[in-house]
Write a protein that binds this ligand. Structure first.
Ligand code: FAD
Ligand code: UDP
Length: 367
């Protein structure tokens, strides 16, 4: 008889929600992660009294009240509203694209003036149904905003020309003709007071957890350890890259403690010019309105994924989506394994969507 009902590979949000729900239903779970800590990409670490988002800025936002209530069981959230600014040469703009951005860019005041300028800029481009990110962005905001705030940033972030990227990526950002710098349109938004790691800790409290444990080595030594596996690592790696590797973007974080109270005056500053090698600088204390004497900042450098580095973003273009379907078919045939999360389902999921997907999976498994 197997020692556990479930072996859960990955102590990130998907794995942790599954473990919590399975344990609640009387199942015995072992959760392993190759990293030295739990939480996956939502992991926060306290440095100088500041909760540092070790894997990039994480702002919880959702329009789904059930998901908001669910996550609030595990932490109290503050009233942080994400309002990044974009630095382009010596100019500074509010994000997302809204009347503050347009007013600064064109010296105008009224929505009708902004709409007129954008319409003039795209009149000659003859864009029908946008076929890629470049066409989508131009159609939405015109050439000035595209050239200054989108093109350089996106090409650094994804390492591909905007014309070769799917349009849905830019539709993540709101476009508004009102003066409103809220980066999200969602009804609920905030940062867990005290950081994200507590969420994973509480979710995993009833499970056995082993960090610094890679699945592929572990399973060789413990082949029959569980009846079923929930796998939240890369699906292509699980199947030995037999159809070739899927593409991912990786990020390198350069984190520094500074002997000053307030470095950039905002949690997130994007650097949208191509010549600045990083995409953004995060000043972590501002997520929790910190007043510490020191500050911690992280520069984010985007890079193509290769074996041995962390895969963070699936590159969901047509080529990769087709390849993913081949791996998904192999996954579907494995009745003993559930594939979940950003890497297991090769999907550019936000946290709320990962929780929703994990709960749906729990529903299918237990109902
Ligand atoms: P992960 O957190 O990646 O967990 C998977 C775990 O599996 C990892 O810990 C990994 O080490 C482990 N693993 C993989 N392979 C193996 C193996 N072979 N053996 C053992 N363990 C293995 N979402 C938002 O809602 N708001 C944001 O502001 C936001 N910002 C983000 C910023 C960045 C830079 C990134 C990269 C993501 C951001 N996200 C944001 C998305 C969010 O991080 C994800 O939705 C969520 O963390 C995914 O959870 P997961 O469990 O699917 O994956
Ligand atoms: N983006 C941009 N300029 C910016 C910020 C974002 O062009 O200043 C584009 C870019 O293509 C990015 C996408 O919008 O990949 C989605 O941005 P988001 O902030 O949601 O990305 P994430 O936080 O997931 O990295």
């Amino acid at each position: 008889m197997a020692q556990y009902d479930y072996l859960i590979v990955g102590a990130g949000l998907f794995g942790a929600v599954f473990a919590y729900e399975a344990t609640k239903r009387g199942k015995k779970c072992l959760v392993i992660d190759k990293r030295s800590h739990i939480g996956g990409n939502i992991y926060t670490e306290n440095i100088e009294g500041i909760n540092v988002h070790k894997y990039g800025a994480h702002i919880f936002h959702t329009s789904d009240k059930a998901i908001w209530d669910y996550v609030n069981q595990f932490a109290e959230f503050n009233n942080y509203i994400n309002s990044p600014v974009a630095s382009y040469k010596d100019e500074l703009y509010n994000l997302p694209f809204n009347m503050n951005t347009f007013s600064k860019m064109w010296g105008i005041k009224k929505p009708s003036e902004a709409k007129e300028i954008i319409a003039k800029q795209i009149a000659d481009l003859n864009i029908g149904e946008p076929a890629n990110l470049e066409e989508q962005a131009l159609k939405l905001v015109g050439t000035d905003v595209y050239e200054k705030l989108i093109k350089g940033y996106t090409e650094k972030q994804w390492g591909r020309p905007c014309s070769e990227l799917p349009s849905f990526i830019i539709k993540r950002l709101p476009l508004r003709f009102i003066y409103d710098n809220n980066y999200f349109n969602d009804r609920y938004q905030g940062i867990p007071i005290g950081g994200y790691t507590q969420i994973a800790e509480k979710m995993l409290a009833g499970s056995d957890v082993k960090t610094d444990t890679d699945y592929f080595e572990f399973i060789k030594e413990n082949p029959g350890i569980a009846d079923k596996t929930v796998y939240t690592g890369q699906i292509d790696e699980f199947f030995g890259y037999q159809y070739g590797p899927l593409e991912y973007r990786s990020v390198r974080f350069e984190t520094e403690v500074l002997n000053e109270e307030n470095y950039q005056g905002n949690a997130v500053v994007n650097y949208t010019h191509r010549d600045i090698p990083y995409t953004r600088i995060i000043e972590h204390k501002h997520f929790e309105f910190g007043k510490q004497e020191k500050t911690v900042i992280s520069r984010e450098y985007s890079a193509e994924w290769k074996p041995g580095v962390e895969p963070y973003y699936p590159v969901n273009n047509d080529k990769n989506n087709e390849l993913y379907l081949k791996y998904k078919a192999l996954g579907d045939a494995r009745k003993d394994v559930i594939f979940g999360g950003r890497l297991g389902q090769y999907k550019y999921y936000d946290m709320d969507k990962v929780i929703a997907a994990a709960l749906e999976c729990v529903n299918e498994e237990f109902n």
